[in-house]
Write a protein that binds this ligand. Structure first.
Ligand SMILES: [Zn+2]
Length: 327
């Protein structure tokens, strides 16, 4: 009887202690883990993820990044590696590179279409794109975005186009408006072959040195020239000299264009030698990288030779080459 009453007394106390202990040792609740359903809700309903976030939403972002070719372990924790891959994804998709996953980045991550400008009308003649969101096939190393600035030029653009066709590679040409107007047939060929055609201003002006009116004229005239040739709206711009500040970036976006920079600068315009140009790409390329080269602005024979080496080597490694700035 005595033992039973002691147990009756101790039992609730022990339960209380256990509950207390469990509360102490239980892992803290995920900070950013609202319900994530398996259907595809609108991007705006997603939580904003940042360094340190954890939970189901982070796991989903990591899964989507991986599907887009940005390798990141699916841990549910938003660490430095995830932040780096998010930044690379944002650069490739013309989103401001914050490293945080906000509504714009969610939208692109969830985008089932052909990438950066999926909402744009697609010309009927467009070659079938490989979906960016398809899970990487066995043996596939990922996606690389080759880009060529300062063209088109009759000396070099046809040779670049021929190489790209030989390797069934898509790329993106950031053309000067004045050159597009001078060589519309080359721009037409670029677009018809499935490449992206972006805006690089009319006369290679440094955006930060222009008044708002000058910037609008440089950019709009170029977009207009391209659209008259391709029949498709222009979705993105690469700023000459990579110079852009908050004001000019806002002005460019107000004109309906995304800014596209790059991950790897080959410095091909310095003519450091074919091996040096190719080596800069082959030595450090990772899936999702945007590569900067030129098909104008001087003798590009080294660029053409390096391009062939890059295409051959990366094709053999299992990379695919996709276009940016394309509907
Ligand atoms: Zn340029």
């Amino acid at each position: 009887m005595k033992a039973r009453s002691l147990a009756a007394l101790l039992l609730p106390a022990m339960i209380l202690m256990l509950v207390g202990l469990a509360a102490l040792v239980a892992p803290t609740k995920p900070q950013a883990a609202p319900a994530v359903d398996s259907t595809r809700p609108r991007a705006v309903n997603r939580p904003i993820l940042a360094y340190g976030s954890r939970g189901a939403a982070v796991r989903q972002a990591q899964t989507l990044l991986s599907r887009h070719g940005y390798r990141v372990p699916v841990t549910g924790f938003f660490g430095a590696l995830t932040a780096r891959q998010v930044r690379r994804f944002q650069v490739a998709h013309g989103i401001r590179s914050t490293g945080n996953v906000g509504p714009l980045t969610w939208g692109k991550l969830l985008d089932g279409g052909g990438g950066p400008a999926a909402a744009r009308p697609v010309p009927a003649a467009r070659p079938t794109p490989t979906s960016l969101t398809a899970p990487a096939a066995a043996g596939s190393a990922g996606v690389v975005y080759l880009t060529f600035d300062d063209g088109p030029t009759p000396d070099w653009t046809p040779r670049v186009l021929e190489l790209l066709a030989r390797y069934q590679a898509r790329a993106t040409f950031f053309v000067l408006g004045r050159s597009a107007a001078a060589y519309p047939e080359l721009v037409r060929q670029e677009f018809a072959a499935g490449h992206g055609v972006g805006n690089h201003t009319w006369s290679h002006r440094r955006l930060t040195g222009l008044t708002a009116a000058q910037l609008a004229a440089e950019v709009s005239a170029t977009s207009g020239a391209i659209q008259r040739i391709t029949g498709a709206p222009v979705g993105c711009l690469r700023p000459p000299f990579a110079t852009v500040d908050a004001t000019s970036a806002d002005q460019v976006r107000a004109l309906g264009l995304r800014l596209v920079l790059w991950d790897i600068d080959t410095n091909d315009w310095l003519r450091p030698g074919t091996g040096a140009i190719a080596g800069r790409v082959l030595g450090r390329v990772r899936s999702g990288d945007v590569i900067l080269m030129h098909d104008g602005g001087g003798n590009r024979s080294q660029t053409v030779a390096a391009l062939e080496r890059v295409l051959a080597t990366l094709s053999a490694r299992g990379y695919r080459f996709h276009a940016l700035c394309r509907g």
